[in-house]
Ligand binder design. Structure first.
Ligand code: ZN
Length: 251
């Protein structure tokens, strides 16, 4: 740069410094906007529970779309045709027809569902008989705070598992209470299977369900449904501490 006169050299150096600083700033900004919690810490939800419970059973997104937001979860179907449980990316539909889980087609739609990419933060073991109420109290007593959202996966043997499914509805849709009054109950005994569910805090009542909402499927994929009651035998409880909550298709 010996051909440059003194002042030209200064101008060039200042320009280079400004461009370099601008580049560093851009990279910094980019990192700020992309620093989000890992996807496994997100609860993704379609619509609100209160909306569905009031009788909105119209499918809002396809299961193909839902599956992009999580590999674990629970939900409902267009026209309330059964109960949904998702485990390891496999989505099952348990209808009242025979209660046998069927693989969900990607083109089927859901009026309400919640999924997450399950990651285990906490593991608990139960090797005695607890009913559903006792089990929920046991998990509660082990959670860091009852103000958090938790995805809960329970696998093991159950002395009993009482599940239900709901029959297909036609518009104008009745409210959920009326649908549940006509539910089909399955009384399973000595079964091995997995519970997928969530525990939401009291302040989420309406947007979601305050407390526990769990679905069940047997290991041999012959039965399942929305969990009503149970007696544990030997189970492992895995808990995912959710850190982000995302809703889509709000009314
Ligand atoms: Zn349910």
């Amino acid at each position: 740069m010996s051909f440059m006169r003194g002042w030209t050299r200064v101008v060039v150096l200042v320009l280079v410094a400004v461009i370099a600083l601008a580049a560093v700033y851009e990279i910094y900004q980019f990192q700020l906007t992309t620093q989000v919690a890992p996807i496994g810490k997100t609860l993704f939800q379609v619509s609100t529970y209160a909306t569905m419970a009031a009788g909105d059973y119209y499918g809002k997104i396809t299961y193909g779309e839902l599956a992009k937001h999580g590999d674990f979860g629970i939900g409902a179907f267009e026209s309330m045709n059964g109960e949904m449980i998702a485990l390891d990316g496999n989505f099952y539909q348990i209808t009242t027809i025979n209660g046998v889980p069927q693989t969900v087609e990607t083109t089927q739609t859901t009026p309400f569902a919640m999924v997450t990419y399950f990651e285990t933060d906490q593991t608990l073991y139960v090797q005695e008989a607890m009913n559903y109420t006792e089990l929920k109290a046991f998990i509660d007593s082990n959670l860091p705070t009852l103000d958090g959202i938790y995805a809960i996966k329970i696998h093991g043997t159950f002395e009993t598992a009482k599940t239900r499914s709901v029959p297909i509805q036609t518009p104008p849709y009745p409210a959920l209470l009326e649908v549940v009054a006509n539910q089909t109950v399955f009384n399973l005994t000595n079964v091995e299977g997995t519970i997928a569910g969530y525990r939401c805090p009291t302040y989420m009542d309406g947007i979601n369900v305050a407390g526990y909402h769990c679905h069940f499927i047997t290991d041999d994929k012959t039965a399942g449904g929305h969990m009503l009651d149970l007696v544990t035998q030997n189970i492992t409880i895995e808990i995912d501490h959710i850190q982000q909550y995302q809703t889509q298709n709000l009314p």
